[in-house]
Every structure is written in C-alpha cells, then in structure tokens.
Design a protein around this ligand. Structure first.
Ligand code: FES
Length: 101
C-alpha cells in the first residue's frame, strides 16, 4: 500500500487532486461512515478533472460533460465502454493509503 495524502488535507465530501510520481489521482473522502475512494483523475471521455466533480449517491459527476462514475468500481453510468481505474484504499493513522499497481 502507498501512503498518498494526510486525511486532514482531503476535502470532505469532495474530491482532492493528488499527484504521486507520474500518476494523477482523485481521492474522495466521504463521511458517515468515513470512507475513502481513489481513482485515476482523468475522465476516460475527454480527460476531464474528476477530482473537481460533484459527489452524488456514491458517484462522481465529471464536471466537463457530466458522465457519472461509481466511486467503488469506476463503472460509468452513461456508457458501458467507459470505466475509470480505481484503487483499493483505506484510512490508517491519519493517512489515505492506496494499492497502486
Ligand atoms: S470529459 Fe468527463 S464527461 Fe466528458
């Protein structure tokens, strides 16, 4: 597991853009119960900034053309040919950790 970012630096209920090496990631921190999701930041449609998208019902809404992606799977609700890569993630010791492969 890779230590990505302090939970204190994540925007609760929104996405946070994180660069790790050559990867651009979106970290989504949700509360009640506290959960974290990590996926590639670039929308597979036209590289929109997913970390800037709104969260609704467990999905992120891409701010460019409003395709939605399930936070837990990356599956797009608008096209079964579009999917964003997600990484297993959890919170431990005040940090977000992700299994970047
Ligand atoms: S770039 Fe994300 S929906 Fe078009």
């Amino acid at each position: 597991m890779t230590k990505l970012i302090s939970v204190d630096r994540c925007r609760s209920g929104q996405g946070t853009f994180v660069v790790y090496g050559d990867r651009e990631l979106a970290v989504f921190l949700l509360e009640s119960p506290e959960r974290v999701f990590v996926m590639d930041n670039a929308c597979p449609h036209a590289s929109g900034n997913l970390s800037g998208g709104e969260i609704r019902d467990g999905k992120v809404d891409c701010p460019w053309h409003h395709w939605e992606f399930e936070l837990s799977t990356g599956v797009c609700t608008h096209s079964d040919r579009a999917r964003v890569t997600c990484y297993q993630a959890h919170i431990r010791d005040g940090y977000v950790w992700a299994a970047l492969s």
